[in-house]
Write a protein that binds this ligand. Sequence first.
Ligand SMILES: *Cc1c(COP(=O)(O)O)cnc(C)c1O
Length: 842
Amino acid sequence: MSKPLTDQEKRKQISVRGLAGVENVADLKLNFNRHLHFTLVKDRNVATKRDYYFALANTVRDHLVGRWIRTQQHYYETDPKRVYYLSLEFYMGRTLQNTMVNLALENACDEATYQLGLDMEELQDIEEDAGLGNGGLGRLAACFLDSMASLGLAAYGYGIRYEFGIFNQKIVDGRQVEEADDWLRYGNPWEKARPEYMRPVHFYGRVEHAADGVKWVDTQVVLALPYDTPVPGYRNNIVNTMRLWSAKAPCDFNLQDFNVGGYIQAVLDRNLAENISRVLYPNDNFFEGKELRLKQEYFVVAATLQDIVRRFKASKFGSTEFVRLDLSALPDKVAIQLNDTHPALAIPELMRILVDIEKLPWEKSWDIVVRTCAYTNHTVLPEALERWPVDLFQNLLPRHLEIIYEINRRHLERVGKLYPDDGDRLRRMSLIEEGDVKKINMAHLCIVGSHAVNGVARIHSEIIKDTVFKDFYDMDPPKFQNKTNGITPRRWLLMCNPGLADVIAERIGDDYIRNLDLLKGLLEFVDDDAFIRDVAKVKQENKMKFASHLEEHYGVKINPGSMFDVQVKRIHEYKRQLLNCLHVITLYNRIRKEPNKAWTPRTVMIGGKAAPGYHTAKLIIQLITSIGNVVNNDPVVGDRLKVVFLENYRVTLAEKVIPAADLSEQISTAGTEASGTGNMKFMLNGALTIGTMDGANVEMAEEAGEENLFIFGMRVKDVEALDKTGYDAMSYYNRIPELKQAVSQIAAGLFSPNQVDLFKDLVNMLMHHDRFKVFADYEDYIKCQERVSALYKNPKEWTKMVIRNIAASGKFSSDRTISQYAREIWGMEPSLEKIAAPDDPR
Ligand SMILES: *Cc1c(COP(=O)(O)O)cnc(C)c1O
């Protein structure tokens, strides 16, 4: 038997990884050594692994520069419509390999580093993740940037350059401990500070209404310093920009009013201003009404809109003598997409610019705003919807509060005319919620201030029309759209699973990377024994590699012959990691009861971060690790069942574990997961899905055929019916003996022998106030898992189902999603054309 190919050898197999021509390699080596010497100021006797990483990163970066400048020059000259994607999160992960992949430099760099006696994969592992996101919403923004560049759109991502991204998760004694993510400690080779484009952002102060208009005065100023990161398209020579703002105190910060000893204190107090961009709020699908967070939201919006208006005014057509466009042409030249309500202040801020600064009439300004802005909703969970206390606004953004009141006055006037004598409707549709504390409903502001509102999967878009935003839908049906989420096939196949990308390319060529629908061509090979063998072999290799990774870094030994059953996502009650736990305990009890039966061996891996203040989520992590302690050390069970908690789940870990997964757990209560994107990554990487009819799972089942997924549990209508009659967890508990046994074992401390009542809050929740109805789906879930185990015993049939899934995953490319946003919301046309390549560094 021949030795399996290393990743390096595999990359050489196909052209999609770029040519490793002798000249390319010689140039790369030369430039690598030049950077080691001139940029890092080291020689090879004293250079560290990190120096080598930076030398390689800088060498690769040089290939972006000419393309970046050329692309921006091209946009200046052709003045296309621009799209601005505003997001408080960009969950980018690492950049080096992605750049090499998109620029076709991977093979050449691999060869160059190899000839220099270095291991490229080892160098890549030194790069910190840019963890400027919590989960799906932030990762979606990152996938969209890749697709917008790959589709030749003049697009910009605008956000905050958090000094600390999502915390690093350590598991200590089975519990989550948070560590600060100091990702910039060693410097970031991918960003370029642009202090010359610094912009002022105002806070606090008061409003003066004078004859010549409204003035916002006596404000405190914080400067927004932009850092640009290049976003290369896939092999089209386009390089777009992600601009992230960092907060800087002005030089005279607090020095106007210095008292005794005021100078030293004033310099120390600069931190207060600069705290705005210090840290990402670590909540996923949860609203926390903190003033600093509101400051972050206004900070990114205010700085970005100044940039947008400046660029519009400076644009070739905007400033020619012949065609002087005034701001009423803004919607023809600019689209602003709001990633959830987090950047909702763009709406009143743009009104403030047009009305107070540009002195345009209100009606005209409002027309410009609505035609420019569009809003994406990401959740219907009430605890996630932003509702800011009016008092906070009054203090921090007094003029914006006035503008919002005026928007609301005119909005309610319109509602009143359309629905006379319907006071309850006025109350429901108001931007202002009365009550103990008056609050601003940011989703309502976004709907009113946008020309398009979209959900992120078909079922979710229907739910928002039928429930949370029904009144708004009734008033303006065409405003409501669907844009089913997607993922970029560059990072989530080509980059993370080169083996699978290759066996696919061997059958259908490599065009599928730009046009993922071509994966349908694999259906021709479902019965092809050689292809089945190749797909199964790649999966086995990925599993072995992940198993060694776990053993090397965590000392965890797993059986690579077992089924890898994976649930990785933020820990949240609605995602129902607890349902997975109940299945594990049930399997454990069954194996112990009949130890001699031919059980399908499983390694259940669960990973994800809990928001630091989310008590229940943290307990769920503790339960998972505690079950692992018992199950993994039971000699009766052996290696037929293992439970592993994957520490510090993040983009880089997703790239390692997803290609190794056999089974993808997507088991949220129907109607709660807006779309999911993890589900799509698994499908594309050859895992089968066990899931509920929720989010994009519904469309995955439609694309692949429901018989090719393991669908179980209540549908949305069943959940609604249960809500009507009242969900009674005890009825399931008393009727289903294995459920009763599992829950009793948790309650009795089987998994927490040193603290018998450790999980009493969890058990109490499950039995008496479970909003997500875990027990109602237990029985069907267990039965469905039995079908999973049975099919896994037949590797050939399993792999055929895997192939049918991969072949059906084309819809879930973010290229498709972005093409729909471009055509149906932004009024732009995507293109796969290349622009001319510049001379690369020699
Ligand atoms: C894709 C992704 C997510 C989203 O996963 P869901 O299962 O859709 O919630 C979260 N975190 C990371 C690191 C991801 O890559």
